[in-house]
Design a protein around this ligand. Structure first.
Ligand SMILES: [Zn+2]
Length: 132
């Protein structure tokens, strides 16, 4: 916290004909102002980081092993689960011919089944015997 009474002290020192003492006190205040500005910048970054964490906790979900981010009107993703779980980075997976690949860690994942897709046995034809 900056002590504003110090400015009056500086003024009084100048008025009393003690410019060196006033200049010394002024340099102390300048140093304190710089430290306060640095602390304010650090706190702003901390607030921004916490806002990002809060936003992600509300809008990030995990489905079928992949992360998805809900933004206004658009669902973003899928994002690499390895990168988010280890370093907290949201890296969008790139679709290749037969897999999803992470451009950062290189991990490859099988393509997720589209919603409503049939898997394996339920698509097989059922054999109905002819009646006689
Ligand atoms: Zn990755």
């Amino acid at each position: 916290m900056l002590d504003y009474r110090r400015f009056k002290e500086i003024n009084d020192l100048f008025a009393a004909g003690q410019p060196e003492k006033a200049r010394h006190l002024l340099m102390e205040l300048q140093s304190r102002c710089i430290a306060l500005r640095d602390e304010m910048e650090r706190l702003k970054v901390q607030i921004r980081t916490l806002e990002d964490v809060l936003y992600l906790s509300k809008n990030l979900s995990r489905e079928n092993g992949f992360y998805w981010l809900q933004t206004p009107g658009v669902r973003q993703g899928p994002f690499c689960p390895q990168c988010y779980d280890t370093v907290g980075a949201l890296i969008r997976l790139e679709k290749t011919a037969c897999a999803l690949s992470c451009p950062y860690c290189g991990q490859r994942h099988a393509l997720p089944q589209p919603a409503g897709a049939h898997t394996g046995n339920d698509r097989m034809a059922r054999i109905i015997p002819f009646s006689r």
